[in-house]
Design a protein around this ligand. Sequence first.
Ligand code: FAD
Length: 385
Amino acid sequence: MIKANVLIIGGGISGLSIAYSLARRDVEDIIIVEKSYLGAGSTGRCASGIRASFTSEEHVVLMKHSIELWREYSREELGRYGLYYDQGGYIWIASRDETAEMFEKLVKLHNSLGVPTRIIDLDELKERVPPIRINGIVSVMFDPTAGKSHPFDTLFAFYRALKSRGVRIETRTKVKRILTRSERIVGVETSKGVIEANTVVVAAGSGSRDLLKPLGVELPIKNMPRHVMLTEAYRPAFKPLVIDWDTPGVPYIVQTKGGGFFIGRDIDEEPELSLYSQRIDFMAKAVKPLVRFFPWLRNTRILRYWMGYYITTPDHHPIYGPVKNYENLYIATGYSGHGYMMGPITGEIIAEWIVNGRPHLPQAEKLVLERFEKGKLIKELAVVG
Ligand SMILES: Cc1cc2nc3c(=O)[nH]c(=O)nc-3n(C[C@H](O)[C@H](O)[C@H](O)COP(=O)(O)OP(=O)(O)OC[C@H]3O[C@@H](n4cnc5c(N)ncnc54)[C@H](O)[C@@H]3O)c2cc1C
């Protein structure tokens, strides 16, 4: 029989980061159980974007702290293993006067919470994004603290750091059931046998809802299919991630360190659709609106295209923390498309909950599952990569 102190279900950024934050607090005997390979869920399919320019205080504050951790991690142990934070900023483009007014209000909110977004003029936009066509742009919001970090480098860095700290990582091991004895979790039954544990964390992305349902814990999440593609490589053209706020589906483009551009846009989809239902029409739908700003995209070639899930909650904020009725069970999921950037702060928050009984950020405490029962939903408008 295998035994662990803390068992984490899910080998995506959330699971790895939680294990890392626990290990840094000298918590021993941690095990991560992953049904496939590390990053097989949404993490390996994400578009690498990281920003604090959201529209809710909760997201802005959590992401401000997460970016501080991305920076710190890239300079320390994880940086030596390949994690980096490329702080190129985010550029938000408005084509409508109402959006321009909203940007002004958002800048005030961000600045009041310590995030230095600002409105920039079209000359500065051209300096930051030289190949952009500016016709029809009425306002631009710039988030200078935002950036990107490639998920494969990040996963690998976490893997190496965790291994060096003695964390056990069991891949190709599916958790079939969480085992309980009255109000305690006693372990999990996996495809390779039972593992006993003192504490269990569910960070299983699209698998979280089905794991918790038999325990009477209903997660109000939908697994929403989302698409993204990667173009052929170009010389370095611009550093920021550029978002066209006023086109439905909010198309975005960002250049990777390999030179290709990630391009994404939300298109109409049904929740729970299989990730084998690729949509060939996505490519034209995502590229066309961006051709207005980047005419050269008309002739670009697509190297890769894929789908993944946004694990989406009714208020587009994650579900964090302990689970009512169980004294040693924690959740971290439901990021609604922002869980990669939140990875470092997710690790800290869940580790603090386990080790200290509560997180140091009061905003995190508002994100517990009970908020849905109590109708205390939080509003977020800026749901993009
Ligand atoms: C197209 C696309 C673009 C995105 N772009 C961005 C972006 O730019 N920035 C950003 O911040 N976020 C982005 N996201 C969202 C981001 O990818 C996710 O929010 C984040 O990766 C969630 O990480 P996670 O560790 O919680 O979940 P996951 O990465 O999904 O990890 C969960 C893991 O649990 C495993 N698992 C599930 N069930 C079980 C079980 N029963 N037993 C064992 N293991 C199990 C899965 O195999 C999986 O590996 C994007 C997502 C998509 C799809």
